[in-house]
Design a binder for this molecule. Structure first.
Ligand SMILES: [Zn+2]
Length: 255
């Protein structure tokens, strides 16, 4: 996928994970996000003569980090992660830090909830956000280590990011998320239109990623409940924003 200054390649990993290769449009420099497996990535680096400059990790889970040690056997590059405890980490980064590589910089945003250490990477110049397991298309990550309150606050931070942003998340969970929303909000017809678009995108690219953040704010009730339909739903159940988030997160946990 060609952005203004970089190209982004989705690398399917394991069952439904995504790792990403971000490549400079003017050179062969690349960085990698969340490698769960190393084989396919190493093969691409070799075949296309890519120059690996850094690895970025969103959180400590194995399905986002297990490929790191293998890659480091071949390339001595810095690994930016939220915790020194993650194998291979050379730089521990936290909220508001700036990661600078040879061709692209990222702002680090702390988004605890899914894990306590979770971070996401945002680049405003290209309008791209790597959201790991915090924000999914039509959903959000399960709350394993933090509290529902933590996750709600984290998603509110992402809601403030520019509408034009394209989001690249850690898993292909979209169809399951859509099925949940349709069963919970069966009268919200916007979801039917979204379903058509998602199915087209899946047919064309075999993936529902990336997705537009502005649109997501209007249809993903985990990210924002400001859409008129959700506002009405909240009113009938007498819920505030946080209670709405908890209500649907609990429903989704049992879906
Ligand atoms: Zn995870």
């Amino acid at each position: 996928m060609l952005m203004k200054l970089v190209s982004i390649e989705l690398i399917p990993q394991l069952k439904d994970n995504y790792s990403y290769i971000i490549k400079d449009n003017l050179s062969n420099d690349i960085i990698i996000i969340d490698p769960a497996e190393s084989e396919l990535i190493l093969e691409k680096i070799k075949n296309k003569k890519l120059q690996l400059k850094a690895i970025l990790l969103t959180h400590h889970h194995n399905d986002h980090t297990a490929g790191v040690s293998d890659i480091l056997k071949f390339f001595n590059v810095p690994v930016y992660s939220p915790s020194k405890n993650i194998l291979g980490t050379s730089f521990e980064v936290s909220d508001n830090d700036e990661i600078k590589t040879s061709f692209i910089n990222f702002k680090v945003i702390s988004t605890k909830g899914h894990t306590l250490d979770h971070i996401v990477f945002y680049n405003q110049d290209n309008g791209i956000l790597f959201s790991g397991d915090t924000l999914f298309r039509l959903g959000c990550g399960r709350v394993f280590e933090g509290t529902f309150q933590d996750m709600h606050i984290s998603l509110k931070k992402l809601e403030k990011i520019d509408n034009e942003t394209l989001v690249f998340c850690g898993h292909e969970y979209t169809l399951n998320n859509l099925a949940f929303l349709k069963s919970t909000f069966p009268e919200f017809s916007v979801l039917d239109e979204e379903e058509k678009e998602i199915k087209n995108q899946l047919m064309e690219t075999n993936s529902s990623i990336p997705f537009n953040l502005g649109k997501e704010k209007a249809i993903n009730p985990f990210l924002s409940s400001k859409a008129i339909f959700y506002e009405k739903f909240k009113k009938t159940k007498n819920l505030n924003d946080y209670e709405m988030f908890s209500f649907i997160r609990k429903l989704k946990d049992n879906f």
